[in-house]
Design a protein around this ligand. Structure first.
Ligand SMILES: *Cc1c(COP(=O)(O)O)cnc(C)c1O
Length: 443
């Protein structure tokens, strides 16, 4: 075999990638070539040169039990050999029914129906459509959705509309529907948020309020207290406005409980889940709702039907993966790992919160976030973000800063040694990585 066989294969892969592939959230003109990943196990992935990387972001917040988990792989294989897919309108199957039956007891108590789709954005889209049509079906259509500033709810038009203007959606701005915004009730802003919600509900016709419970992920791991959210949900209930919890990122113990809404006393009407639902193995999503919402679609009038369904709705293999993930979630080992991560994060935060380059530290469950003190103009932000990203990759860690916020959101199976390495790298980054103006910079 020629000595340069691996090098040739790699060159060919990257050449073909550059020629054929369009990567997500990537400026294809200026981005560095992607890393070819050939294997994963536990919290690690390996590139084709044999370098290992700790997956500190759980592969875009999806992976909770580690890569290529044998239990999930086995259940997926077994399901594949029995039934890979069948249309879910007019047909049903064991994996979907069993998943609904196993999910519901973990959800806030009045959730009673499970609607399947295949990604977080569609789970949100479905939640919004359910809420909107529920009022319409009752002859009482309403005009507006309420959402938080800094919210992120996904990539489709409805979920983009619900998302705050992150300036990424400039091209679509004029085509998004109008959403009423209220401040996120971060510590100190609770009253402002409540007052804004009351003001909107007093004057506008609102069908629903959508929120990321406790943690706004893409907005920069912004965190707020359950008590603050409870009050907002309560105000919505007083006004007969439906509440939609977007648990796409927070679900499946990410915040320390099965769902972030488990921290609430007041319960939302609709809950959107995806990302961690299959343990990060296959695309699947769920939108759950209360019996009252479900009943508002029951009618002799066929136009009151929820005319929504994706080709892969209720995919049996996705459901099998989710069931296997549930087995692992409910295991003592996973529960102990989650508690260990929470304790470690706490100790880490305590250690670095007074570091001169730290502006703020935050944590909720298994998520820890460190906001860098930049003291620089915004134009240096991206530069800092890229330098941080490169620093972590060069040191064998996948951490993707959101602006000047670095967070760790690991698979729960991450070993203590691996977790300590991430903390150590983050501390080194605080000491060693600073923004520098690029030579080509105009400012
Ligand atoms: C990622 C995310 C979404 C979108 O999910 P996709 O599967 O990427 O479409 C929606 N809401 C929240 C809170 C998310 O973090």
């Amino acid at each position: 075999m020629p000595l340069n066989f691996t090098a040739m294969k790699k060159a060919t892969l990257l050449e073909k990638d550059a020629k054929y592939i369009w990567h997500p959230y990537t400026q294809m003109k200026t981005a560095a070539p992607p890393l070819p990943i050939v294997k994963g196990a536990g919290a690690l992935v390996w590139d084709d040169d044999g370098n290992e990387y700790i997956d500190g972001v759980a592969s875009w917040w999806t992976n909770i039990h580690g890569h290529a988990h044998p239990h999930i792989a086995k259940k997926v294989y077994e399901q594949m050999m029995e039934l890979e897919h069948v249309i879910f309108a007019g047909f049903t199957h064991q994996p979907a029914v069993e998943l609904a039956e196993r999910l519901l007891p973990h959800l806030p108590s009045q959730q009673s129906r499970i609607f399947f789709s295949d990604n977080g954005s569609t789970a949100v889209e479905i939640g919004i459509k359910m809420a909107m049509q529920s009022f319409h079906n009752q002859g009482n259509a309403k005009r507006y959705l309420v959402a938080f500033e800094d919210a992120f709810h996904g990539e489709t038009f409805g979920s983009m509309s619900a998302s705050a203007d992150l300036s990424l959606n400039n091209a679509f701005k004029d085509h998004l529907f109008e959403v009423k915004r209220i401040p996120t009730p971060t510590p100190g802003n609770e009253e402002k948020s409540k007052a804004a919600l009351r003001a909107v509900l007093a004057t506008e016709s609102v069908y629903a309020f959508i929120f990321e419970p406790l943690v706004q992920g893409a907005g920069g791991m912004i965190m707020y207290k359950p008590e603050a959210l409870d009050e907002l949900v309560d105000i919505c209930k007083e006004h007969g406005v439906l509440t939609i919890a977007d648990e796409v990122m927070t679900g499946f113990y990410r915040t320390g409980k099965m769902f972030a809404t488990n921290y609430l006393t007041n319960q939302p009407d609709i809950i959107c889940m995806s990302k961690g639902i299959t343990g990060g193995t296959l695309p699947l999503a769920v939108t759950s709702c209360t019996e009252a919402i479900f009943e508002s679609f029951l009618s002799e009038d066929k136009y009151k039907t929820f005319f929504h369904g994706h080709s892969y709705t209720g995919n049996p293999v996705g459901c099998a993966a989710a069931l296997a993930s549930m087995d692992l979630i409910e295991s003592e080992e996973t529960q102990a790992n989650i508690q260990r991560i929470i304790k470690s994060h706490e100790a880490f935060l305590h250690r670095i919160k007074t570091h001169p380059n730290v502006r703020e530290v935050r944590m909720q469950g298994t998520i820890v976030a460190v906001e860098f003190q930049t003291g620089e103009s915004t134009s240096y932000f991206n530069n800092l973000r890229d330098r941080l990203y490169d620093f972590f990759i060069a040191n064998g860690a996948i951490l993707r800063p959101l602006g000047n916020v670095i967070y760790i959101l690991p698979p729960y199976c991450i070993t203590q040694t691996q977790l300590d390495k991430l903390y150590h790298l983050l501390e080194r980054a605080l000491n060693e990585v600073t923004a520098v103006p690029k030579e080509t910079s105009t400012c």
